[in-house]
Each structure stands twice: as C-alpha cells, then as structure tokens.
Design a binder for this molecule. Structure first.
Ligand code: ZN
Length: 480
C-alpha cells in the first residue's frame, strides 16, 4: 500500500494480558485485527462485551486507540446525525469497564461521544495490544443502518470499532447523512449473539453453532478478512439457501412472493462476479429484505435490500452483491474516494449483464446512465450554477443529489469509458488484477490505475483523473 494505512498484526493466541502486551518479534508480516464480541439482545438494548486485539505497527510510541461509537450518531442531541428529521426513539451507546493491557484505562471522548480514545501505555512497534470493554447500546426506532422497525432488527455498527490510522493519526471523520461515512479495515471476528429464540437471525457469517436455553438462543460466528460484522433479525423471516462458487448463500424475506426470483438474481450475480473477478473471500453471503429506508446497503457478508425497492430490486441485488468485491474484498475510502467505492460498484452492476451474455441490457443500462448524467451536467453548465462537477471531493462536499450524480453516475461512466476503449476481456482482466492485487487491503484510485496499467501496458492515469476532475467530462470527453 502506498498510504500509511492501518495495517495491523494480530495474534489469535492471547495467553494472558501481560503477555499479550509484551513486545514480540517484528518479523511477522501478516497484518490483522481481531474482535471477540459477546452481545445479548434484551428488548431495545444490546449488552456487549468485547476484546479487541492487534499488534502495533502504526507508530513507535503509540499511546492511544480510537474507536468509533457509531450508535451515538442516532442520539437526539447528535450534531453529526445518521438520520434526518426526528425519530420515534433515539439510540446511543454507553461504555463501561474499559481495560487496556489488563489495566483500567483512561478514556476521553469528543463532545458528541462519537469517538472514544483509550489511553495505552506507550507502545513500541510490534507490541501487542488488548483492549476489553463492556457497553450497553440503545437501538433507535428507524429504518437506517442501525435500528429497529416493523419487527425487524437492523444491527450494524453497533459495537465500538477501531478507527483507521493514516498519516500519523487515527481518522476522526464526522458522521454524515449523505454518503457512506463508515470506513474500516479488514479484521477477524468471533461473535456470539444471544436473542429471543423466536427471532430468525441473519449474520455476516454462517453460524458455527446455535444453543437454546429457555426462551433464548445463542449463535456463535467466526469471520476472517471482513470489514465489519452485521446482523439482522425478525420473527417473520423465511430463508432460502444455496451453495454457489463454494460459498453458502442465504436469502431472508418476510414476503416470499418474489423471493425465489430475487434469490436467482443473487445466485447468478455471485457466480458471474466470481468467474470474472475471482473469489469473494467470503465464507457465506446473506441478502436480507428489510424495511431499510434506501434501496440497499452493503456490509461484509450481508446486505440489506429494501422490501419496498420495487422495480429497483434487481439493480439493488446486483449492486449490493458487487460490493462484496468492491467494499469487502478490496476496500477503499468511502469518505474521500466515494467514486471508487460507488462508481465501480455501479458500473459492475451494469457489467453483470455483459458478463451474463446480455449485451443489450448492458448497453441500455449505460445509455440510461449517460442520459441522466449528461442532462445533469448540461444543466449545471447552462445555468452556470458553479457547482463543482469533480468526482473526487469528500462526501461532506456533496448534497445527496450531487453525491448520486457524481459518485454513482459520472463515476460509473469513468469505468465504462475504460470498457469502451479496451473492450470486455481487458476490462475484466483489469478488474480481476485489481481484486487480486488489493484483496483484503484498502486501495486508492492510484492503485486502481496501477492495476489497469499493468494489464493494459499503457497509462490510463490521465483518462481516470480527467473523469475525476472538473475538466473534460461526459459531454466533451472522447469516446472510443
Ligand atoms: Zn453502493
């Protein structure tokens, strides 16, 4: 990686806390971060205990670990909210009993308590870190990434998650209702989830075990090389299962009318993407129909698709499934380079049709996208709105409309321009090379360009950066 990103080493062997914090040799090169989480659902509260371990490769003298407290973006008084308007019930997280390397840790928060800084004894490079904490999380009443509505629990980002370390500091990006402000690195998870036995549970991994005690069930999961761990649960879920490309696939829905049809799309997409770009790296993949406010949302090994997506359902299934390659397998910075995250995923969901042999459907999707974006661009120029048409701004610079037009539509056309110039075989080879080179890492546009250049044996940097910038764009850019 070119950037000094979080590249953590972890041991699954934690003999004792003192040993865990004792310097070991620095020769290991396998970077890892591990979460061991026990969480119990108790009405509208999640009670959690977690241990986070990693090896310090971040900085000599590292003296803190910073965690996101995403549930506090659902608090009533949050300035940087995950929601707009008002909620029937707000959420939040309270942290207690934090120890670092076996000692009670000194804690500090930002004003909104969206970040927790845990003081560490000054660590040398190679030292192991172990942080234990307990917490109680109030689940908000909403249809967002984290919430509950219509008997359905949407449980993502509910636990303290280590912030990404870059350029000598942990990132403290404010939450934002526009775009995706959640940025994380690859980690391993061992998670147990206890909940009422009446719930049918979907998760980022397939359950290793389920034990029943009274009216409660406990599921145990393990997932490696994932960027988050999400759950969804409802007493009303029906489940379809299949095995495709050596991965267990699940489809959860309350309404079964179109479940088989939707699952067929998921299965086909999963196979086409695997054939084209290589294995997803997942142990299982669950698609869950939920009351989610938008059409869909990706997490590692699990996606939400809105049960109200209607005619957008197929596109949403193709899009969210593509994120298992362009989010989970190859990570990117969704805050500073949302065009790489969403543009490539949007292009891939159209490209699916080409991979499936339906060139007409692919052409039509791209033509529709060109029409919408071209009209947008012409309108901005004609009206001299002064709106920046660059696709390389941060999500904080965009309105929701600009974010859609620039990070999804315009950026999709960037990737399509590569296809127009170089054709299907070479485009697929570029994407496969990118997936192989940056699997389980965080990539930038420079990395994407490097992967393409290697395959194409020519420099596409100017082309890509031209599209990203405010210069020549779809109305003026040359097409093959
Ligand atoms: Zn997306």
């Amino acid at each position: 990686m070119k950037k000094s990103i979080l590249f953590l080493l972890c041991s699954v062997l934690i003999c004792c806390l003192l040993i865990a914090c004792h310097p070991k040799n620095n020769e290991e090169t396998t970077a890892d971060l591990m979460y061991d989480i026990d969480v119990t659902l108790d009405g509208k509260t999640l009670r959690g205990k977690q241990t986070v371990t990693f090896r310090n490769v971040l900085a000599d003298g590292l003296n803190e670990a910073v965690f996101h407290l995403y549930p506090n973006a659902y608090a009533e008084n949050a300035e940087h909210k995950a929601y707009s308007g008002i909620l029937p019930a707000y959420g939040g997280i309270e942290i207690s009993a934090v120890t670092a390397c076996g000692e009670t840790a000194s804690l500090s928060y930002d004003d909104e308590k969206q970040y927790l800084s845990v003081a560490l004894p000054a660590l040398s490079v190679g030292d192991r870190v172990s942080i234990d904490m307990e917490y109680a999380v109030t689940i908000p009443d909403c249809r967002l990434r984290f919430g509950m509505r219509d008997n359905t629990y949407l449980l993502s980002s509910f636990y303290p998650q280590l912030a990404v370390y870059e350029n000598g500091a942990f990132r403290r990006d404010p939450f934002c209702a526009v775009g995706d402000p959640i940025y994380s690195e690859t980690a391993s998870y061992e998670l147990s989830f206890t909940c009422p036995s009446s719930l049918v549970v979907a998760a980022s991994a397939k359950a290793l075990s389920k034990t029943d005690e009274g009216e409660l069930s406990t599921y145990v999961y393990k997932a490696d090389n994932v960027r988050d761990f999400a759950l969804a649960a409802s007493p009303d879920y029906n489940v379809l299962t299949a095995r495709e490309s050596d991965v267990d696939l699940f489809y959860f829905s309350v309404d079964t009318t179109r479940a088989e049809q939707n699952f067929a799309v998921v299965r086909s997409a999963f196979n086409r993407y695997t054939e084209a770009f290589g294995p997803s790296g997942l142990g299982s993949y669950s698609v869950v129909e939920t009351p989610f406010e938008y059409s869909g949302m990706e997490f590692s090994g699990l996606v939400y698709v809105s049960s109200a997506a209607g005619e957008d359902t197929e596109e949403t299934l193709l899009h969210e499934t593509a994120h298992e390659w362009w989010y989970n397998l190859v990570g990117s910075d969704p805050i500073k380079q949302s065009a790489l995250d969403e543009g490539l995923t949007t292009f891939t969901s159209a490209y699916y049709y080409l991979l499936a042999g339906d060139e007409n459907a692919f052409s039509q999707k791209i033509a529709d996208m060109k029409k919408v974006y071209t009209q947008y661009e012409i309108l901005q120029k004609r009206r001299q709105t002064g709106i920046d048409l660059s696709a390389d701004n941060t999500i904080y610079d965009y309105t929701a409309y600009q974010y859609t037009m620039l990070s999804y539509y315009k950026s999709c056309l960037l990737f399509n321009n590569l296809y127009e110039l170089y054709g299907k075989d070479k485009t697929t080879a570029c994407l496969r090379s990118y997936a192989e080179e940056y699997a389980h890492k965080t990539a930038s546009f420079d990395d994407f360009i490097a992967a393409c250049n290697k395959v194409l044996k020519t420099d596409v940097g100017g082309l890509v950066k031209g599209w990203l910038g405010d210069g020549p764009t779809v109305t003026t850019f040359g097409r093959a």
